[in-house]
Design a protein around this ligand. Sequence first.
Ligand SMILES: Cc1cc2nc3c(=O)[nH]c(=O)nc-3n(C[C@H](O)[C@H](O)[C@H](O)COP(=O)(O)OP(=O)(O)OC[C@H]3O[C@@H](n4cnc5c(N)ncnc54)[C@H](O)[C@@H]3O)c2cc1C
Length: 468
Amino acid sequence: MKFNKITKNSILLLQQVVGEAYVFTDTENLNKYGQDETDFHLYLPETVVKPRTPEEIAAILTIANNELIPVTVRGAGTGLTGGALPVRGGILISMERFNKILDIDTRNLQATVEPGVINEVFQNAVKEVGLFYPPDPASKGSCFLGGNVAESSGGPKCVKYGTTKDYILNLEVVLPTGEIIYTGANTLKNSTGYNLTQLMVGSEGTLGVVTKIIVKLIPFPKHDLLMLVPFKSIEQSCEFVSEVFRAGFTPSGMEMMERDALIIASKFIDSLAIYMEDDIEAHLLIEVDGNDIDVLTKDMEAIAELASKYEVGELLFAESAAQKQELFKLRRKINEAVRATTISKEQDTVVPRAELPKLMKGVKALGVKYNFKSVCYGHAGDGNLHIRLIKGELTDEQWNGDYMKNVIAELFTLCKQLKGTISGEHGIGWVQKGYTPIVFSEKEIEIQKNIKKVFDPNGILNPDKMFV
Ligand SMILES: Cc1cc2nc3c(=O)[nH]c(=O)nc-3n(C[C@H](O)[C@H](O)[C@H](O)COP(=O)(O)OP(=O)(O)OC[C@H]3O[C@@H](n4cnc5c(N)ncnc54)[C@H](O)[C@@H]3O)c2cc1C
């Protein structure tokens, strides 16, 4: 697709729409909005705009569509696959002024919220009225709900409660052609027409700009218990995951942390919370929650009993809210800690959970074959493991070239063979799009590209993302 550069005249038009104070062309802002949390990428937009209303966004998109200027929408910029990178320049729309919780409807257990609200701010607001919004990415302290919708983000709680897609009832969306639509209704059930809501969830800012989100809420569970199980074999830790579910338990958290992941995170936040024996290869952080503490205690004891059949170290039962928080903090900090201490690339692999041991075995075998280390962690209960490939002694040429691309392609081929796929929650965005032919047939890709054309005939919105 050939796009046009922004002219002085289009800048003037944008200023008329949002006000001069909210159009930026200075180097500092272009740099700030030219990168996200994906490793080492910088693509400068030509201008950054910060609208406040859906109507302003509609006007911006109309200008861009008429003048064939590419547009990229940005939430908090915590994405890990470069979805918010303005790879073709053009206009970057920052959603940071859409930061209001519009309504918490305690009668219907729903809320209407703007997409620039930070996930944790929203979670805390609904908790104050006894309600729970479970999707909780490790980045919850900074990522926006709009970004969560666009990526269908997950987190530790999602193993019991489902990911973002399971909480979105309806969305207000501005289309690339400037019309404002709702995708559904504010109901728990809806068999009326195609499911545009779920099409929009996970569409990575390529089909429209989400401007209002109507979410389902549930009552906040009264109690939770947390246990840390150290395993002497990483494969055994993965085997145990599916055994817990087959035995009839659904934990509200089932997170895996490989030895190195935990060592790096502990150093990073200066935590002595976990003492690790030399023979421990991985830990599972297991949480159960609900309203009856006796039931939870029995469930946790039964899960601990199941664990005793494996080669495990001493189990740690969290005794206070502060201890629970610190254990979860260690898990949440792994991504940041590993990135801060190594050159690495993260893969968001997901397989049916009973196939996790095969995935883990395959990853380590690939490491031996191609001479790289990996640090694995993540939402094991969902079969979703983040695999950080470490550059280590690989040359720059190997790391940036076909050598590493082949490693990733082999890893994703393994996911496909195990009936899994190449992203569980981070999306495809810019950096993973070359691998989609591993999991989609030509026809499947063609259908998706045709959907994009229906929403965005000129291809102006987040171009060059998701598909080659
Ligand atoms: C330390 C760390 C930990 C993380 N942990 C997790 C985790 O546990 N689980 C998880 O799922 N992810 C995790 N992530 C990834 C990231 O936080 C999520 O993908 C998050 O949902 C991105 O939100 P954001 O607001 O930062 O979006 P951005 O990065 O700004 O954008 C992401 C995508 O959403 C689109 N977008 C943003 N807002 C809108 C909108 N209003 N309308 C349409 N499209 C929009 C953008 O165009 C882009 O394609 C983590 C990231 C970091 C840095």
